[in-house]
Design a protein around this ligand. Sequence first.
Ligand SMILES: Nc1ncnc2c1ncn2[C@@H]1O[C@H](COP(=O)(O)OP(=O)(O)OP(=O)(O)O)[C@@H](O)[C@H]1O
Length: 232
Amino acid sequence: MTEPLIAVQHLGIGFPNNQVFKDLNFNIEQGDFLTVIGENGVGKTTLIRALLGMLKPTAGQIKYYPNKKAIKIGYVPQFRNLDQEYPLTIEDFVGLNLKGWQPWLSRAEHRQVATALAVTNLKKLRQRPLGMASGGEKQRAYLAQAIVQQPQLLILDESTASLDNEMKYELLDLVQNLNQTSNITVFFVTHDLPLAKQYAKHYLALKPGHQQFGNIADMSIEQLKEATNVNV
Ligand SMILES: Nc1ncnc2c1ncn2[C@@H]1O[C@H](COP(=O)(O)OP(=O)(O)OP(=O)(O)O)[C@@H](O)[C@H]1O
């Protein structure tokens, strides 16, 4: 059995008059590639907010190993529609996640930015204003920004939803490479069942009032559809 990085135990979470989860249980193992699949409104973003510590559980708990402070989390959001005027270069944008108390980056931080740009194939584009980048390049820049701090856990929140097929697979190949070579644990929220099936190790299927967790190899696309009500 692989060690858990995060254990979600009997988790209840929700809002006044809207209990989104009542008794949610699953583990995120160290080095896992977990996909979370469910219809709009089933609670995927709520779950991410709970993992990030932004929402307090109404029941149960989220346990972090060895502890919450030790786990850095990188977050890649859904596509953000930055307009063409967005002035920061891709390199500056990636470095934003490292800005501490001083407005400039140290030499070590510049190296971290260079590494994040290299692993996301953005080295040549680093001086391009982010607003002028293509959709796929923007998503790679968000990925680079999320990994620049070398997180243990990378959360991708429907990050491929707006990309065409080729770009989706390109992004997920990069993520898989990070998962396999840097042992970054991946939490991948998607509606795309073939993509989930191709890249993930475990799945969490969400339907209102019903959750299912397991090895994705044990599930066909038809069974995933059934478990999630998501139709490709
Ligand atoms: N701040 C809030 N206050 C009250 N209800 C909320 C709040 N945020 C979300 N909800 C409700 O909680 C439920 C789950 O929402 P959530 O955004 O987590 O779903 P989701 O699965 O991420 O959906 P989508 O795929 O559309 O992003 C929905 O019914 C939503 O209306």
